[in-house]
Design a protein around this ligand. Sequence first.
Ligand code: G6Q
Length: 542
Amino acid sequence: MTTLCTHQPAWQALQAHYQSIQQQHLRDWFAADPARGTEFTEAACGLYLDYSKNRISRETMTLLVDLADQSGLRQRIDAMFRGDKINITEDRAVLHVALRAPRGASILVDGENVVPDVHAVLDQMAAFAGKLRDRTWRGHTGLPIKTIVNIGIGGSDLGPVMAYEALRHYSDRGLQFRFVSNIDGSDFSEAVHDLNPAETLFIVASKTFTTQETLTNAHSARTWCLAILKDEAAIAKHFVAVSTNATEVAKFGIDTANMFGFWDWVGGRYSFDSAIGLSLMIAIGPDNYRDMLAGFHAMDEHFRTAPFDHNLPVILGLLGVWYNNFFGAETHAVLPYDHYLGRFSAYLQQLDMESNGKRTTLDGQKIDYQTGPVVWGTPGTNGQHAYYQLIHQGTKLIPCDFIAFCRSLNPVGIHHDLLTANCFAQTEALAFGKTADEVRADGVAEALVPHRTFDGNHPTNTILVEQLTPYVLGTLVALYEHKVFVQGTIWQVNSFDQWGVELGKVLAKKIAPELDAGHAAALKHDSSTNQLINLYREKKRK
Ligand code: G6Q
């Protein structure tokens, strides 16, 4: 049995250290050290991280880095990059880093270099994307394709849609992109209601090609297409697949020449820079896509080589552990001050929560400490008019990451300065608050003073970047991928499986036929589930 993180000497030292500093206020730390705002910073791959507004001292960081060392982080990083099968419950390597390795690099899985295969698929994607972008790929009736609909779910949807939204500025505006994921028929119906099948291409994105939601949506798309085009031969022109499962792709009727492959060593939530990103490549073009991969790769190299105390994903990961396990923070907010990053927090939600929402160690021990936090957030400034109240004056400690850009992609009047002013103002207000005396000095009536006082001392990171580009998106996503890896290593969980989603899937398959009013067999669930099924059947008939 390996030593649990809570038994590491650094953990014990952090616990004692926490007792000694938990009452200290960021106001005092900043007053005592005028250089704090430039000292607790780090820059790499075009990202500037200011982590000075955290409840930490130099000693905290030293102890956290000790914890990383004692947890074997260096060995785990090496094992991942080497292609070891670190996803032990599925006996798989974890090599999303190979997806962005430059041509000519060598990463071995079972003795074979996988990098040439990665680039062969990228070239195949680029050739196909080129045909859609120059309109030479024609539909069954000879019309060019106007709309690309990605059908996928989870890792085969959240990444593509997030990245498409993030990089929409760089996209071909003559093409439309839509994303269907939910098994709710309204998702599919709304996505296609104004489309002409003769001008529509469906990308069925599914690693396994057995996922109920995706296959159900794909079959509905097929029916919708054939209802108008009335010829099975049309499928070859209007459907392509991204998958690891050629047999199922062929069974669906998609020509495997129009299949873009990837590999079992790419986890779903780590896959949007594989062929799963085909819709994105069509939107932004192969050159921009490769710039994005270069950004991913730059962050991979930074993570692999930088000393832990200068390593952005390590610093963010350790700070997360500090609040999660010592301050008892249960959630973590990611707040991008950029409209294009509207889906970024939802994407991170899966990346983080599906990876580290675990309660068993790699060697099967039951965990008695906190692991992955609840991750959430929406772009600024909308959140300020909604839930920031709770972050400022509520009873919970919510560490936040603020992400801001120096130059807007749409410089309109003074919008961008105002946006950024709001971002900086929030981190300032959260850190320093407003004392009762400061409130009184504003002439506020005594009865209102407690209501208008801000305690402050709320920790934040600020990530400041010049401009949102494909390269930058790559660095940001890799930053969070590796942050999750750091935390998973410390908590000793397998960040690359997701057994927790299985039980619900199995039960849904059992319940689906029981919802049919003609289902004769007696229901054998608990009394609540039985009653819900009965009510549904009864009301459905009306
Ligand atoms: C991600 C998960 C999960 C997966 C979806 C879709 O890490 O494995 O979200 O991406 O269940 O799976 P398919 O791509 O196989 O349809």
